[in-house]
Write a protein that binds this ligand. Sequence first.
Ligand SMILES: [Fe+2]
Length: 212
Amino acid sequence: MRKIFIFCLLAFFSAHIATQAQTKARPKVGGPCEGCNLLFSGIPKAMNSVDTSAGWEEKGASKILIKGIVYQQDGKTPAPNVVVYYYHTDTKGHYTPNASVPKGAERHGYLRGWVKSDQNGNYAIFTIRPASYPGTDILAHIHVTIKEPKFKVPYYIDEFLFDDDPFMTPERRKGHQNRGGNGILKLVKNGNGLWVAKHDIVLGLNIPNYPR
Ligand SMILES: [Fe+2]
């Protein structure tokens, strides 16, 4: 009996050490990301390639549509089933939580949602234009986190910014990592008065530790 106990104990510790070694051997895709795991907080069981944020019907808000294709690393092959999680401030520059936001995710506010790219890589987000943090010249932005089917952990890509942001400067225009592609959106008004920006996402582009 004692021998069996010792054997089990040794087997347990060997497995533990092996797991630790594996974890150390594989650096985290995307590098450190504080808050990326909030992508999972409240994530719907079923996701569509199109999402409309809770702000869509708000009076006085500027409605925008961000749409594009998620591509594989080669920048040509569409990537299906990729989760794109977004969250942003409201028209006053606040991340305001409401009853729909799960505990722990309050700092992302209620203007958050998910899309899953379709078989052709398409995604579309209908939302409202966020504002800069109150009293600051920080560029208005939409945070974007990606969860690929082949990875357990999500990683962030460039924030979506706005080309016509009054606080945009040449330095700020250049000062981005271009993770997944350049996040500066150019909004164009369509025939229905909706501001539309096309933005494709290239998986792995400028993402640290991304397997090549
Ligand atoms: Fe932010």
